[in-house]
Design a protein around this ligand. Structure first.
Ligand SMILES: Nc1nc2c(ncn2[C@@H]2O[C@H](COP(=O)(O)OP(=O)(O)OP(=O)(O)O)[C@@H](O)[C@H]2O)c(=O)[nH]1
Ligand SMILES: [Mg+2]
Length: 437
């Protein structure tokens, strides 16, 4: 998985360096995205349909002035995936009934509790019906979980008729705000169980009909989702076990199939491991790219360029002193990767290592301490700093020598980067246009 995301990242970088989107690089990107989605278990037909859309749009749609080719493509990929995921479903905070259906062991009972807890936290009274007469111990499991969170519970230990139990439960619990019906796990293609589920649903007259889907379900997700949908008309999906290794591609296939959205995700076994669904994080996980949200946010609201700071960064020999000044500016402006994104990356022609882009405020603070122990000469001409000076500086600033070396390395990278920027014709043009040269 790691290899995959770095491959995708590499091909996206190629795009970043291009001035326009060439078809060959785009094909590479799309292939990497396909691989990421397939290994996340997204339905094959869906992957094909998606890549076709991405390719068409990336080539057809004008590059707007604001986006470089990489951002343009990421934005399209993101939009297309969001479109498939549908609008996140919000549950209403008013009187209603919810039925939970799904395959055996998908997490229905656990999710029922999590939902009850969710409503409790919102100040609503949630009660639970055990309509699972299939699994031995279902009644005990649910009644214990309910007493743990103090939620009213209705079940009938001796009765094997789940439809009847549901009818009794609905009558019994009608004064509560939200009634949750936990059903037996079933294979959506077993016809007698499907009939029972339909009958329970009719009796409960549920406003929300949620499919509980194990994130690890894989390629059969679409077929299962379609069958459940045909039986009771799903209104949303809850994806469980996203704390594991599964990427959740099955869930994407399922919602794309039934045309509904995801309401919540389950992220653990305890009652509070439950979150509202957020497409950004889900898509990052699907593609194995941690930063899609950052990228998309940047596309949506580009921070203004602080001219003076940009100028300082691009002038002169870039001594350690310049870097010091720049770091102070960065402190005000945010992380380096944001600054780099503000420049026309397409014309940068350099590859800034991820480590440098990710350098945190803490590491900058550390650098500052180290620099305070340097002489003026060293700050102006860092080249003269060899091992004996490194030792002295380390002692003076009370840090390991490695920190000093790290700083020098970082400086070198920055220096090289800026040299690359300055030597670019496009960059010169950009600067002239901005009145910086
Ligand atoms: N790690 C993790 N485990 C979960 C999550 N949701 C459920 N589980 C576990 O998955 C197993 C099955 O959960 P249940 O809630 O009993 O599943 P079910 O769909 O009710 O199962 P049946 O009633 O037999 O069909 C249990 O061991 C749960 O603790 C989750 O989000 N993360
Ligand atoms: Mg259960």
């Amino acid at each position: 998985m790691e290899g995959l995301s770095s491959s995708l990242r590499d091909t996206l970088k190629k795009l970043a360096r291009a001035n326009r989107i060439d078809e060959k690089t785009l094909n590479e990107v799309v292939r990497d995205i396909q691989r990421a989605l397939l290994s996340a278990d997204v339905n094959v037909a869906l992957v094909q349909q998606l890549s076709k859309r991405i390719k068409e749009r990336a080539l057809k749609e004008e590059l707007s002035g604001k986006l470089n080719p990489r951002q343009h493509v990421i934005n399209i990929v993101y939009q297309e995936l969001v479109a498939l995921l549908g609008e996140p479903i919000s549950v209403r905070l008013a009187h209603h009934a919810i039925i939970l259906v799904g395959l055996q062991g998908s997490g229905k009972t656990t999710t029922t509790m999590k939902l009850a807890r969710f409503f409790q936290k919102k100040g609503l009274k949630a009660a639970v019906i055990c309509a699972d007469t299939f699994r031995p111990g279902a009644y005990d499991q649910l009644s214990q979980l309910c007493s743990r969170i103090g939620a009213p519970f209705y079940g009938e230990l001796e009765n094997k008729n789940a439809v009847e139990i549901t009818a009794h439960g609905m009558a019994e619990l009608k004064r509560y705000d939200v009634v949750l019906v936990d059903t037996a796990g079933r294979h959506a293609l077993e016809s007698d169980l499907v009939l029972e589920m339909k009958a329970i649903n009719e009796i409960a007259n549920a406003d929300e009909r949620f499919l509980v889907l194990d994130s690890g379900i894989g390629q059969q997700a679409s077929e299962q989702a379609r069958a459940f949908n045909e039986a009771i008309g799903l209104t949303g999906v809850i994806v469980t076990k996203l704390d594991g290794t599964a990427k959740g591609g099955g869930a994407l296939s399922a919602v794309a199939e039934v045309g509904t959205g995801i309401a919540f995700i389950g992220t653990g076994e305890t009652v509070d491991d439950f979150e509202k669904f957020e497409p950004d994080r889900f898509i990052s996980r699907l593609l194995g790219m941690g930063d899609i949200k950052t990228l998309v946010e940047m596309i949506e609201e580009e921070p203004p360029i602080e001219m003076e700071e940009a100028e300082a960064m691009l002038k002169g020999d870039f001594s350690l002193k310049d870097m010091y000044k720049q770091m102070e500016a960065i402190g005000k402006m945010g992380p380096l990767n944001k600054i780099v994104q503000m420049l026309p990356l397409g014309s940068l022609g350099v590859d800034i290592p991820d480590a440098a882009l990710q350098s945190t405020k803490e590491s900058l603070d550390r650098f500052r301490i180290v620099m305070d122990s340097m002489t003026n000469e060293e700050l102006e001409h860092p080249r003269i700093i060899r091992s004996s000076r490194i030792k002295r500086i380390a002692r003076g600033s009370g840090v390991p020598s490695d920190n000093v070396r790290e700083l020098l390395k970082y400086h070198k990278v920055m220096q090289r980067t800026l040299k690359g920027v300055r030597s670019q014709k496009d960059m010169q043009k950009f600067l002239r246009k901005q009145g910086l040269k």
